[in-house]
Design a protein around this ligand. Structure first.
Ligand code: UDX
Ligand code: UDX
Ligand code: ADP
Length: 472
């Protein structure tokens, strides 16, 4: 029976960092080394200012670091020492070439796998952790098999990560399930059992699901696609609500009470973001096309189309409410992260919205409690365009508080549902006092009590509700 004593994690990002930190925390008998090519990222992991913000992460890292948790740029040494290697490198959507805009770019996975093949001096269990298209494990196996010898053997497992940002530590400590896929061969099953033993240090055995390799890979894409589909479904209904006077919160509540549906993930919003949903759906679309299943591809594509529509619909509503022009008007955007409790901005709806505001020549003031100004400038700049950041800086002001952003603004737009923007936390009377009148407020997150803010004097629009809801 294989017993895992030494784990290496390649990729110290949003997935690899928290996942393997929690693993070290819960398995004091296992040495965990997280490696990355980026010296800056590793230096940050070794400092008091960790490179990602995630509630509870500091405590876990500070507890284990230097004991059984290490961060290093020495990728080769960590690979050589390990019995089990998690591959948690980035898998962005391809920007060019075949499958551009849809397929995942597997260059990082391939180079990490090649490195494992080149430097290993003993047998390894290699675990794909990053979200990848189905059959990636097959490509990894081909590379590893070509380099295996009678002494060095590689087993491949798929162990997709289901953590959500902002609640990563909670999700990792108490997961709904852990999924481990393996080839159903003798050595594949032995490797699978070895990883089961690692997780059962803290996860109840009945929550550790073992499947074949391909089911595991597809389940990750399927789970994310279905979650995103729920959001697109409620967002589609939010448009009907606004047009009819139904209230999307009431509709979601009533539907969610059906135990077959469940109440989670039915919050209408300005659109989903994050590094996973869109990427994974597009992977599924691409896979379906490759498998010659166009109807299936179209079905999933519609989830992304609806998400884009929701963002555009929100912008159109803002412009038409502001008398069909926002030129030179000051728009205060509250929140830039793709959801609360994270500093991550990947695919954030804020980016699409603000680019549209800039196109209309509005002046945009942004406040987010966790996102660094440099990140905002980068996200709003067009890649490859000279001086684009300077252009962005002319149109965009980054503020230290919601009050500063709203000062002199014509409209306040809530884009991220940070708790501090709630109407029992932020002083909306003070915000109102500083704004141009009429003072407009657009809530893209169903965060505030519209009636209460209308009493202050705001002209309020909320996604999925119209002003006359319930009275017409
Ligand atoms: C997601 C999956 O939840 C997680 O299991 C997977 O491992 C990675 O992808 P994440 O992207 O971190 O996690 O966050 P999530 O909470 O799923 O939110 C994604 C987006 O959907 C956010 O922009 C969020 O604001 C939005 N959302 C979520 C809604 O608009 N409404 C909802 O009801 C829920
Ligand atoms: C449905 C709703 O469930 C019910 O709440 C509403 O009041 C009326 O419509 P019904 O049509 O009687 O009820 O049966 P339901 O159990 O929902 O099944 C509908 C169809 O979906 C059936 O053909 C069923 O075989 C199929 N189905 C259901 C599946 O194919 N897979 C499933 O997982 C569930
Ligand atoms: P995710 O959200 O999937 O964790 P991130 O981009 O946050 O994605 O993290 C992925 C990390 O993987 C990056 O820090 C990147 O530098 C690292 N990485 C990519 N390729 C390699 C490699 N071959 N060896 C080591 N680290 C790598």
């Amino acid at each position: 029976m294989t017993v895992v004593k030494n784990i290496c994690c390649i990729g110290a990002g949003y997935v690899g960092g928290p996942t393997c930190a929690v693993l070290a925390y819960k398995c004091p008998d296992i040495k965990v080394t997280i490696v990355d090519l980026s010296e800056a990222r590793i230096a940050a992991w070794n400092s008091s200012n960790l490179p990602i913000y995630e509630p509870g992460l500091d405590e876990v890292v500070f507890e284990c670091r230097g004991k059984n948790l290490f961060f290093s740029t020495n990728v080769d040494a960590a690979i050589q020492e390990a019995d089990l290697i998690f591959v948690s490198v980035n898998t962005p959507t391809k920007k060019s070439g075949m499958g551009a805009g849809m397929a995942a770019d597997l260059a990082y996975i391939e180079s990490a796998t090649r490195r494992i093949a080149e430097v290993s001096t003993s047998s390894k269990i290699v675990v794909e952790k990053s979200t990848v298209p189905c059959r990636t494990a097959q490509s990894m196996r081909t590379i590893l098999d070509a380099n295996s010898t009678s002494e060095i053997h590689f087993d491949i497992l798929s162990n997709p990560e289901f953590l959500a940002e902002g609640t990563a530590i909670k999700d990792l400590l108490n997961p709904d399930r852990v999924l481990i896929g393996a080839l159903q061969t003798e050595s594949g099953i032995e490797a699978q059992n070895a990883l089961v033993d690692v997780y059962t240090h803290w996860v109840p055995k009945e929550r550790v699901i073992t499947t074949n390799l391909w089911s595991s890979e597809l389940s990750k894409l399927a789970a994310n696609a279905m979650l995103a589909q729920r959001i697109s479904s409620i967002n589609a209904l939010s448009a009907i609500c606004e047009a009819t006077g139904a209230d999307v919160d009431e509709v979601a509540f009533a539907c969610g009470k059906d135990t077959r549906l469940g109440s989670k993930f039915l919050k209408a919003s300005v659109g989903f973001g994050g590094s996973c949903f869109q990427k994974d759906i597009l992977n599924l679309v691409y896979l379906s096309q490759q498998l010659n299943l166009p109807e299936v591809a179209d079905y999933w594509q519609q989830v992304v189309i609806m998400n884009e529509y929701q963002k555009k619909r929100f912008v159109r509503n803002i412009i038409s409410t502001l008398f069909n022009t926002i030129t030179n008007k000051k728009i205060a955007v509250l929140g830039f992260a793709f959801k609360k409790d994270t500093g991550d901005t990947r695919e954030s709806a804020a980016i699409t919205l603000i680019k549209d505001f800039m196109q209309e020549n509005a002046r945009v003031a942004i406040y987010d409690p966790k996102v660094e100004p440099q990140q905002i400038y980068m996200d709003l700049s067009e890649p490859g365009v000279v001086d684009t950041q300077k252009e962005v800086e002319k149109k965009v002001q980054i503020c230290q508080s919601a009050y500063e952003a709203a000062d002199g603004a014509d409209a306040v737009i809530i884009v991220t549902e940070w708790d501090e923007f709630r109407d029992d936390q932020l002083d909306y009377s003070k915000i109102y006092a500083g704004m141009h009148k009429p003072a407009f407020l657009f809530d893209g997150r169903l965060l505030i009590n519209a009636q209460k803010l209308r009493q202050i004097g705001f002209k309020v629009s909320v996604i999925g509700k119209n002003e006359l809801a319930g009275t017409a």
